[in-house]
Write a protein that binds this ligand. Structure first.
Ligand code: NAD
Length: 499
């Protein structure tokens, strides 16, 4: 039997693609070497959100005396928290199995490798967990093999030095946690373990944290982490480490003089910490001790060992496969979606691309023409954006000799935010000043991950600031911040003085 479609990988890209393809009448097989659901469901988005939620619940209870919640003595049972998290993962991965059955997707538990093509039929070699091999044939292949954490030479992974998968499975809260890489994963997990009581130090190579966002969006997150006792070392790189017999690790960190280490804790060697570094140009080496080290310095696409050479395809220098608007690679019949296709490595992008590929293979008109890809970091407060950064928009507007319409509304002026004890942050809308069409929405606030979806819809529908300002929003709700920011862009804000 020749399948219409073989999907390789069952993450949010692959499983969505397989289900949609089967719905469209394609005889579909999905090949997965691990658990269904890929990184996102098993060791990424979902378990991290479970720990974020649990740690927030703990922290809020413990610090709720001002709301009359007297639970300062609350403690954490890490084993129970991990069990709760694992139960969520099991439920969701099981759900994909049920959806496969319900939609008629065949599942194969194996490692897949393309093994050439005869005419318009691809051969795929499967190797199962016992090492047994078999071959299947398909007219189309969708590669959805995701990405893997990057390892840095100074910090090889092991018992105490882990990537996100290990950090999501800590059996106890480490007393001293180093987070190497102050990006999305690093900042989310720094929050989690700081709330659970760890002393966290974030070590970031660039001169600021979460550099994909405008600096003013990151500031409230940084401030809140500082209140939790998190130390931020920027312009800092780990250049070496020493593993001790008791399992602890000393990190040797090369730090720029512009940044302040401010961390004297656990300095076994007595080396200068750099807290008083005064010459911006000087660099120094600091040594700090930790119980666990999370390395979160980015991910790279899984495009090696797929047999791409057997069909004459090779990834670019970074491991990505170039695709067209239908997710087709340069090889006819071979598609690529998700983290291995160019663009941000995000689950919702992968799912969207999976549906586009399935539709295109089924012969339907479909294109990857999303107006925006929402970007969210689940810190406290959350940051969520659609469209370019303000910096990018301002630069572009200067080049185009156009002006921008900008409206910003602080959450502290919103009744629901005050009543929810969540007044940090703001909503900003940026629009074209001639047409009023929204170009971007930037939110740093509680529930920003929920609020951003209305903003994404507005961009998709080419809405203007006036459209948003004139849309009746439920009161009291955090989403009123979006409406108020749009009103502010028009000089019509009600709950703040217009400038
Ligand atoms: P990232 O790219 O978000 O952040 C990596 C950070 O590490 C950057 O700030 C970078 O400057 C820094 N860095 C690089 N090399 C370094 C070094 N040697 N020393 C110190 N710092 C160094 O990557 P990530 O946090 O590992 O996340 C990986 C991917 O997973 C991202 O593409 C992200 O979009 C995705 N992800 C998304 C979410 C979400 O949407 N909420 C959550 C987790 C992961």
């Amino acid at each position: 039997m020749i399948y219409d479609l073989a999907v390789i990988g069952s993450g949010p890209g692959g499983y969505v693609c397989a289900i949609r393809a089967a719905q469209l009448g394609l005889k579909t097989v999905c090949i997965e070497k691990g658990e269904l659901g890929g990184v996102c469901l098993n060791v990424g988005c979902i378990p991290s959100k479970a720990l974020i939620h649990a740690s927030k619940t703990f922290y809020k209870a413990k610090h709720g005396a001002h709301m009359g919640i007297m639970a300062a003595e609350a403690t954490v049972d890490m084993t129970a928290m991990q069990q709760w998290k694992s139960g969520i993962v099991t439920k969701l991965t099981g759900g994909i199995g049920a959806l496969f059955k319900g939609n008629g997707v065949e599942r194969r538990a194996a490692t897949a490798r393309i093994d050439g093509r005869a005419g318009d039929v691809f051969r795929v070699q499967l190797t199962d967990a016992t090492g047994a091999t078999s071959t299947l044939e398909a007219h189309y292949i969708v590669l959805a093999t995701g990405s893997a954490p990057i390892e840095i030479g100074a910090l090889p992974y092991g018992e105490a030095i882990v990537h996100a998968t290990g950090a999501l499975a800590f059996e106890t809260v480490p007393a001293r946690l180093a987070v190497v890489g102050g990006g999305v994963i690093g900042m989310e997990l720094a929050d989690v373990y700081a709330r659970l009581g760890a002393q966290v130090t974030v070590i970031e190579a660039l001169d600021r944290l979460l550099a994909i966002f405008d600096a003013d969006l990151v500031r409230p997150v940084q401030l809140k982490q500082k209140k939790l006792g998190v130390k931020h070392l920027v312009d800092a790189r780990v250049v070496g480490h020493v593993a001790h017999a008791d399992g602890s690790i000393t990190l040797e960190i090369d730090q720029g003089g512009g940044a302040k280490a401010g961390a004297k804790t656990g300095d076994k060697t007595g080396a200068k910490t750099g807290a008083k570094a005064n010459a911006a140009a000087t660099r120094e080496t600091v040594r700090l001790d930790f119980d666990k080290v999370l390395v979160s310095v980015g991910r790279r696409p899984n495009t090696a060992n797929l047999g791409l050479e057997t069909v004459g395809l090779s990834p670019d220098a970074h491991g990505f496969l170039a695709v067209d608007a239908q997710q087709r690679t340069a090889v006819e019949g071979l598609f690529a979606i998700g983290d291995i296709a160019p663009g941000p490595m995000l689950a919702h992008k992968a799912s969207y691309e999976g549906e586009v590929a399935a539709e295109a293979i089924a012969g339907h008109p479909a294109a990857n023409d999303a107006a925006c890809v929402p970007s969210v970091v689940y810190t406290d407060p959350e940051i969520a954006t659609v469209g370019p950064t303000l910096t990018e928009l301002v630069d572009q507007a200067k080049k185009d000799e156009r002006s921008l319409q900008i409206g910003k509304f602080p959450m502290a002026a919103l009744g629901r935010a005050i009543a929810s004890d969540a007044t940090e942050g703001f909503v900003r809308v940026v629009a074209d000043s001639d047409t009023g069409e929204l170009l971007a929405v930037h939110i740093v606030a509680a529930e920003a991950s929920e609020l951003i979806n209305a903003a994404g819809f507005s961009l998709e529908m080419a809405a203007s600031t006036e459209d948003v300002a004139l849309t009746m929003h439920a009161h009291p709700s955090l989403a009123e911040g979006f409406m108020e920011a749009a009103k502010a862009a028009l000089g019509q804000a009600i709950h703040q003085v217009n400038r």
